[in-house]
Every structure is written in C-alpha cells, then in structure tokens.
Design a protein around this ligand. Sequence first.
Ligand SMILES: Nc1ncnc2c1ncn2[C@@H]1O[C@H](COP(=O)(O)OP(=O)(O)OP(=O)(O)O)[C@@H](O)[C@H]1O
Ligand SMILES: [Mg+2]
Length: 170
Amino acid sequence: MAKPDADAPAADRLIIPLDDEAATEALAARLAPLVRGGGRIHLHGDLGAGKTTLVRALLRKCGIRGRIKSPTYTLVEVYEDSSLYCYHFDFYRFQDPREWLDAGFRDLLLSSALILIEWPEKAGDLLPPADLDITLDVTGDAQRLATLRASSTTGRSWITALRLPAASSP
Ligand SMILES: Nc1ncnc2c1ncn2[C@@H]1O[C@H](COP(=O)(O)OP(=O)(O)OP(=O)(O)O)[C@@H](O)[C@H]1O
Ligand SMILES: [Mg+2]
C-alpha cells in the first residue's frame, strides 16, 4: 500500500481540528453524502484515536440503524441496505500482510461498495490504494487532528466538496 503522502499537494490535503466528539460527528455528516455511493477510505491513527468512532458516525449518517460494532475481532462488518453497501474492515490483528488475501477478502476489497479500512498498514503493499486516507492524531482528551489526503480523482472531488462552507443547520 502506498503510504499516505506527507508531501501531497496542498489541494489534495485537508487538515481539520476536531475539538470534541461532536466535531468528529460533524465531519462524518459532511462525508456521508459524498461517500455513500462507494469508494475507499483508509483510516490511520493509534489505538483509541477515533477511527471506529468516525466510521460509526459516518454509517449512522448514511442511514444505518441498529448496532454498529467495531470489527476488531470479526475483521469485517458488512452493512447492506437499499441505499448503502459497505464493508468496514479492521486489520489490526493481522500478523502477516498476506493474511487478508488468505481470508478471502480480495473480492470484497475490489468491489465498488463503500470500503472503510482501519489499520490498512497491516495489509502491507498488497492493498488496493485508497481514494482518501484519513489520519487521526490525538491532541487532547477529546481533541483530535484529522488529516485527509486524496489519492484519486474521486478522493480529490470529496476534498473539494469538504472545502466548501458547511451548509448551515436549519
Ligand atoms: N474527538 C473525538 N473523536 C473521536 N473519538 C473521540 C473523540 N474524543 C474522544 N473520543 C473517544 O476516543 C475513543 C476512540 O475510540 P475508537 O474505538 O473510535 O478508536 P480507534 O481509533 O478505532 O481504535 P482502535 O485502533 O483500537 O480500533 C472513544 O472512546 C471516543 O469516545
Ligand atoms: Mg477501531
């Protein structure tokens, strides 16, 4: 997997301070309409950085009801409804980058669904590249710094949309 490029052109990168969990949910709310039709997002950050929290909020905003579990133990959680097809992966437990191939995930990973992957670096260079890499850095008890990097035309279109002023709440 290509590492998220620290030298990505500024147009391909967006840095968003998240002051609390509500800010993380607000970012998810803005991402949801962009990504619900499909695409690939890799989520980076330490244990407890907020990757699953962001995904949970994103799936809620995409209309998923019921429990949204972390795939830490199951490796993948699948969400399907009339308007969303999503695979949420967590590769933290992989010891070897080839394990995701052995686990039979290749077809899932190449589908046109919404693919969200925590700990993509555990799958090594074999993983198809993301449209968007999101890195969450812990900067305080509830503060996080989100760095978004686009690696495709699709990802760039998402970043362009996110740069537009947020629509005011009714
Ligand atoms: N601004 C914030 N954004 C996201 N999570 C936050 C924020 N502030 C506090 N938190 C808390 O940080 C924790 C993040 O846990 P979460 O499971 O989302 O992390 P993770 O990055 O998925 O970790 P892991 O690598 O273990 O899967 C949660 O307890 C959440 O409530
Ligand atoms: Mg997680």
